[in-house]
Design a protein around this ligand. Sequence first.
Ligand code: PGA
Length: 269
Amino acid sequence: MDTLCPLFVGNWKMHKDAAGTASFFESFRQLIGSPARCDVVICPTFLGLETAVSATRGTGIRIGAQNLHWAKEGAYTGEISGAMIRASGCSHVIVGHSERRKYFSETNESVSKKTVAALDAGLAPIVCIGEFERKNAGEVIAEQFSGSMGMLTPGQFAKIVIAYEPVWAIGTGETATPETAAAAHRLIRGQAKGRFGEEAANNVRILYGGSVKPDNAKNLMAEPDIDGLLVGGASLDPVSFGEIVNLSTCEASRTSSVSYAKSSMIERG
Ligand code: PGA
C-alpha cells in the first residue's frame, strides 16, 4: 500500500498582477522549502501563468489555470484553450468552479466538455461540485457528479481531481465542519464507486474548499476522506498558505493501493 499524497491548491481568482505573482513566489518558496509527500498547485489569473511557471521552475510547485474553453482553437473571442494553457507550462486547470457556474452560466454540460478538453490537452482538471445552500447536498452532489464527470472513461476518471466546495462556505468565513465535509466526501466517493468501481473511488483525490484558513486546515485534513484543500482567500498570502501547506503533513494522508503521487502529478508542459 502506498500513501495517497495530500494536494493543496491555491485559487487566486481575480487577484494579483504579474508583479504580485512574482513577489508571492519569492516569499512562498522560502516558507515551504520542499514539502515532502504533499503536492502544491497554485492557480493565478491567465496573465500570471507564465510568471508563476518561471518562478517555480526547479521546485515541486505546479501551476494551474482557473478556466479553459473546450475547443482547441477557433473564433471564440476572449477565450483560452487547454492546449494554450499546457503550452504555457501548466499541469492543472480548475473546471466548473461555483463562481463560473453562478456568474458565467456554466452548466454540467459545459463543465463536462471542459473536463474532457483539459484531459485531451494533457492537463489534470480539478472539477468542482457542491451545493449552493445548506440543504440537499446529497441530491446536488449526485446530479453534478453524473452531469460533470459521469461520462468520463475509467482511464480519464483516473486523471482528475474532484473539489467539493459547498457554495455557502465560499468566502463567507463559514467553513463546513470537518464532519460535514467528510460526510459529503463520502457521498462523492460513493458516486465514484457506483460509476467507476471501488479502486477508482479509493484513488481519486477529493479536496475540500470553502473558507479554509490556517486554523481549520489541520482538523479538516485529519478526516481520512479529505485528500487535500482548495483554498481561495487564504492562498493570496504566502504566510497563511505556507502555514496551511506546512501544517497538513502526510500524517493526514490515507493509504491507497496505487501510488497516486506518481501517477497523478503531471509534469510541466
Ligand atoms: P475561499 O474560496 O477559501 O476564499 O472560501 C475557496 C474557493 O472558492 O475556491
